[in-house]
Design a protein around this ligand. Structure first.
Ligand code: GLN
Length: 201
């Protein structure tokens, strides 16, 4: 079936804290149906998931309840998942500053709050592999990806460090694409979800 005639993919946004509403409207702009996810059982009905920015330690505290972390662990191993900022920290195999628990699916080492106070929140334009020229990147107390495995594709960088990466079905950004008007990153993720749906048909 051609992508245009398919039903829009149902993509969840983990709505525990952070700017999940901005992600939901970015997903709608990119042609998906957005579902706010607050309980582990809601993961069963979605084709992909966004884990937004916020405070990764707060996410971990919340996810410790109702075996939510276990449900997420199995979800991220099966369906496309996009983590932004704190979401990227939650996806990484190794977290530093300090070390903390994670879903450990993205073969990367991420350092939390890695930029000095002056630089940790910033809006910059940087080149990207996504079509359409430089991308605006909004950073808020941003982490830094300091190491990636060979299966990780780097789609954008800041000062030589990856800021948008993809490993098969996993997408991660250290910035907040939902806070810019450019929808290329969300469209890229929606396409990833669509292509996985087509494969599993
Ligand atoms: N500083 C946060 C953390 O370490 C991430 C910030 C964000 O998501 N904007 O979890």
């Amino acid at each position: 079936m051609a992508a245009e005639t398919q039903n829009p993919p149902r993509i969840g946004v983990l709505a525990i804290q952070g700017d999940y509403d901005a992600h939901a409207s970015a997903l709608r702009d990119a042609g998906a149906e957005a579902i706010l996810v607050r309980k582990p059982e809601e993961l069963a009905s979605i084709d992909g998931l966004i884990i937004p920015g916020g405070e990764s330690t707060t996410f971990l505290k919340f996810l410790a309840r109702d075996r939510f972390l276990d449900a997420l662990q199995s979800f991220v191993r099966q369906k496309p998942t996009f983590g932004t900022c704190a979401g990227c920290i939650l996806l990484a195999k190794e977290v530093r500053n300090p070390s903390q628990e994670s879903l450990a699916v993205l073969n990367a080492t991420v350092e939390r709050n890695a930029y000095g106070r002056q630089l940790d929140s910033a809006i910059i334009q940087a080149p990207t592999q996504l079509e359409g020229g430089p991308l605006e990147m909004v950073y808020i107390r941003a982490p830094r990806i300091i190491k990636t495995g060979p299966e990780v594709e780097v789609l954008a960088e800041r000062d030589g460090f990856p800021t948008l990466v993809r490993q098969k079905n996993i997408l991660a950004a250290t910035f907040h694409p939902e806070l810019s008007t450019d929808r290329r990153v969300h469209r890229f993720f929606v396409d990833l979800v669509r292509s996985q749906q087509n494969q599993s048909r």
